[in-house]
Design a protein around this ligand. Structure first.
Ligand code: 8YV
Length: 335
C-alpha cells in the first residue's frame, strides 16, 4: 500500500544529504532526485538541520546529525522520510518521527562483516600488543628479538562473551570460531537452536553471570534506552582482572568513566574501543593508557561498505518515492 501521497506538482523528491557520500552514490542520487549536498562536508548544526528538514521531502543524515523531538517539531510538515546512512539510529528520535508520520530507514546488513573484522582487529591488537610493537618500531627502539619480550595472550581457547547477538555479533562469533575461541553470548532473545549450533555459541540468560567468566567481552548491541550503560560500574566489576573489553557498537553502552577508572586501577586488563560515549570527545585519561587501543569509529569504514550503504539509502528512498514502504524501515518496536 502507498505510504505517502505524491504531490503531483512536484516531479522529483527533494533530498538533503548532510555529508559527502561516495561519488557514484551522489551521482545516482542526483539523477533520481532533486538533491542538495553539503559541499564542504561540514557537520551541520541544529539550525541548519532544521532549515534543511523544512524544505526537504527526505533527509539523509549520518551519525553526526542528532535529530531530536524539538527539531522535528520545528521541521514543518514537508519532511516524510529520514533515510539514515548507517545501521544505528540512536541519533534520531524514532518515536517522535513516527508520531509525526515521518518514516525512518537505515542500512543494516552492509556494515556487518566490516564491523566484525574491526572487532577482531581490536581483539588481536589488544591481546597481542600490536600498538606497543608498532610504537617501538616507529621510534627505532627495537633492540632485536628476545624470548621474553612482547608476550601477549593466545586467542585459542579463550572465552569470548558477545553482548548483543544480532548480525554483527554473529559475524564476530564466526570469526572467533576460526581463531579457536570459545563463543558465549548474551542477548535479549536466545538464537534458534540450529543457529546456536552453527555458531558453537553458548547462551547466557544472565549477563552478570556471563561477564564473570569471560576473557574477552565484545559489545555488539545497539544503543537504546535499555542498553544505555549496560556495562555500568557494577557490571564491569564482575569482570576478571585479566579481562579485555572490546566495543565496536556504541560508546553509550559502556560507562566510559567507570571503564577508564578500572583500566587505570588494573581491575580490567585492556580495552579496544572504536566508539565512545561522547562522540569524538574522548576521556583524555583513556588516551594515556598503554593497555587501551583506540580507533576513530572506523568499524564500517571500507570503500566497498560505504558504497553499499549509499546504495541501501538509494533503494529506501526510491521505494518510498514509488509509493511503497522502504525495505529497511525502522519502527519504534524494533528498538
Ligand atoms: C557508520 C555505524 O559509519 O552503521 C552504523 O551504525 O556506526 C557506522 O557504520 C555511521 O554510523 C554512519 O552514519
Amino acid at each position: 500500500p502507498a505510504v505517502h501521497a505524491t504531490d503531483p506538482t512536484r516531479s522529483r523528491l527533494k533530498v538533503t544529504v548532510t555529508r559527502r557520500l561516495p561519488e557514484a552514490v551522489e551521482t545516482r542520487m542526483s539523477e533520481l532526485f532533486d538533491v542538495s549536498l553539503n559541499a564542504d562536508d561540514h557537520k551541520m548544526d541544529r539550525d541548519e538541520l532544521v532549515a534543511a528538514m523544512r524544505v526537504s521531502d527526505v533527509l539523509v543524515p549520518t551519525i553526526t546529525d542528532h535529530v531530536d523531538a524539538a527539531m522535528l517539531a520545528q521541521a514543518g510538515d514537508r519532511l516524510k522520510l529520514i533515510a539514515n546512512f548507517g545501521a544505528g539510529v540512536d541519533h534520531i528520535d524514532v518515536h517522535s518521527a513516527r508520531q509525526r508520520g515521518i518514516l525512518v530507514s537505515n542500512t543494516p546488513g552492509v556494515v556487518t562483516e566490516d564491523t566484525a573484522d574491526m572487532a577482531m582487529a581490536l581483539i588481536l591488537a589488544v591481546t597481542r600488543r600490536i600498538p606497543e610493537g608498532l610504537a617501538e618500531m616507529q621510534a627505532g627502539r627495537w633492540q632485536g628479538w628476545s624470548p621474553t619480550a612482547h608476550l601477549g595472550g593466545r586467542l585459542g581457547g579463550r572465552r569470548l562473551g558477545i553482548l548483543g547477538m544480532g548480525r554483527i555479533g554473529q559475524a564476530v562469533a564466526r570469526r572467533a570460531n576460526v581463531f579457536g575461541m570459545q563463543v558465549h553470548y548474551h542477548n535479549r532473545r536466545r538464537l534458534r537452536p540450529e543457529v546456536e549450533a552453527e555458531l558453537q555459541a553458548t547462551w547466557w540468560e544472565s549477563l552478570d553471570q556471563m561477564l564473570a567468566r569471560m576473557d574477552i567481552v565484545s559489545v555488539n548491541a545497539p544503543h537504546t534506552p535499555s542498553t544505555f550503560h549496560l556495562l555500568n560500574a557494577r557490571r564491569l566489576k564482575l569482570l576478571k582482572p585479566t579481562a579485555v573489553v572490546i566495543n565496536t557498537s556504541r560508546g553509550e553502552v559502556i560507562d566510559e568513566n567507570a571503564l577508564t577508572r578500572m583500566l587505570r586501577a588494573g581491575e580490567i586488563s585492556g580495552a579496544g574501543l572504536d566508539v565512545f560515549e561522547h562522540g569524538h570527545e574522548i576521556n583524555p585519561r583513556l588516551r594515556e593508557l598503554p593497555n587501551v587501543v583506540l580507533l576513530p569509529h572506523m568499524g564500517s569504514a571500507t570503500v566497498e561498505g560505504r558504497v553499499e550503504m549509499g546504495e541501501k539509502v538509494l533503494i529506501n528512498i526510491k521505494t518510498f518515492a514509488d509509493g511503497h514502504r522502504p525495505p529497511d524501515l525502522v519502527v519504534p518496536s524494533m528498538l
